[in-house]
Design a protein around this ligand. Structure first.
Ligand code: SF4
Length: 375
């Protein structure tokens, strides 16, 4: 939770040259499955006006600050180059140097000096209980505490684009999980305009930089029904996974660390949209959770974390027309046909919006059963 006054802006106000292309793409491994297009946008040629540094406010509310830390791991281009050449950052609590009223003045000024021009990035949920007093970003000029709630609403109203980075800002979880004493909400619930969601816990640096670069150079990218950029969230983890052939052959790991499909030990890849298998993580795009033999925990999903836990319990049984299929049965007789059936069935359910409800119900049951077992 962010309390107390902020500190001043970092690297604000310098002119910049042309930014390098944020390639930010996946690995070069030819055999790995890839999303249909995983490339982050490249700068337009011969359009120098659009290559000027762009004003940005990165506001941290109820957050662990994991997304700004993830952004600092960006390698292509590296974070320093982005700060030097692409973004004119007015405010980022984690990185800026000054404190108190000097910092707050900058934040108040951006709404007056650059209305309709700056991008507002929000990291974290917005607490709304007790008038929003669970998160203050500092004291305003009149000495009154400036709640994160008011700051998000005011800054969003004057921004050119609003981007919710991380699953907290995009979906309101996990800070908003039951019983949610702070009344935490996602950004889209407190502002009356389109919010572009870049979920993840944290979001991959390429997803953040790619979205910002697209907004600056080309405008709003193609979004899905949940306002996520399709270029990064257009496929399920499962569809891109290197272990998909094990799923289809019914070969499942029984324990963490085994090199087969991790569905039975909790992998949420079939219902999670992101390009982790092809993009990969760790700076130079080196690996991802399933590649390191641990299940996908569904961190980009709207259900994360409240309904994707327990992490090591598999998805509830999936009902197919006329037959009830479990991971065990997929692994035994039904094999490929059932796996494909599950895929089609899941897709159908996602399209009709029923999956979220049923999946949540199933996971709650699984959680209760596990708790009973532990007693
Ligand atoms: S269930 Fe998980 S490990 Fe198995 S194929 Fe799908 S994404 Fe990969």
């Amino acid at each position: 939770m962010q309390t107390g006054s902020g500190r001043d802006d970092a690297g604000h106000g310098e002119g910049g040259g042309g930014p390098p292309p944020p390639s930010g793409t996946g690995t070069a491994a030819g055999s790995r499955p890839r999303a249909r297009s995983t490339r982050a946008p490249e700068p337009p040629a011969a359009d120098t006006e659009r290559l000027e540094k762009h004003p940005l406010v990165w506001l941290e509310t109820n957050t662990c600050h994991g997304n700004i830390l993830s952004l600092m791991n960006g390698q292509h281009p590296d974070f320093e180059a982005i700060m030097r050449e692409l973004l004119d950052v007015y405010w980022t609590n984690t990185l800026m140097g000054a404190k108190g009223h000097q910092a707050i003045e900058v934040l108040e000024k951006v709404m007056v000096e650059r209305p309709g021009d700056y991008i507002l990035v929000v990291e974290g949920t917005v607490p709304t209980a007790a008038g929003g007093r669970y998160a203050h970003i500092g004291l305003r000029g009149n000495g009154e505490p400036w709640t994160a709630w008011d700051a998000v609403v005011e800054l969003a109203a004057a921004a050119k684009h609003v981007v919710a980075v991380g699953s907290c800002a995009a979906w309101g979880l996990p800070f908003g999980a039951h019983p949610n004493p702070t009344g935490s909400k996602p950004v889209s619930a407190v502002v009356d305009r389109t919010v572009i969601n870049v979920p993840g816990c944290p979001a991959h640096p390429d997803w953040i930089l790619g979205t910002l670069a697209h907004l600056i150079w080309y405008g709003v990218p193609e979004l899905d029904a949940m306002n996520r950029p399709v270029v990064f969230y257009g496929e399920t983890i499962h569809n891109l996974c290197q272990r998909r052939h094990y799923f289809e052959s019914g070969i499942f790991a029984g324990e963490i660390g085994e090199p087969w499909c991790l569905y039975k030990i909790g992998c949420k890849g079939p219902v999670t949209y992101a390009d982790c298998p092809s993009r990969q993580w760790c700076g130079e795009h080196m690996n991802w959770p399933v590649g390191a033999n641990t299940p996908c925990i569904g961190c980009t999903s709207p259900e994360f974390l409240e309904h994707t836990a327990p992490f090591f319990e598999h998805l509830p049984d999936v009902r197919l027309p006329g037959v009830r299929v479990t991971a065990d049965r997929v692994g035994a007789a039904t094999g490929l046909a059932a796996a494909l059936g599950i895929g089609l069935h899941l897709t159908g359910k996602l399209l009709t919006g029923r999956l979220q409800k049923e999946w949540g119900k199933g996971l709650r049951k699984a959680g209760k059963a596990l708790r009973r077992k532990r007693k």
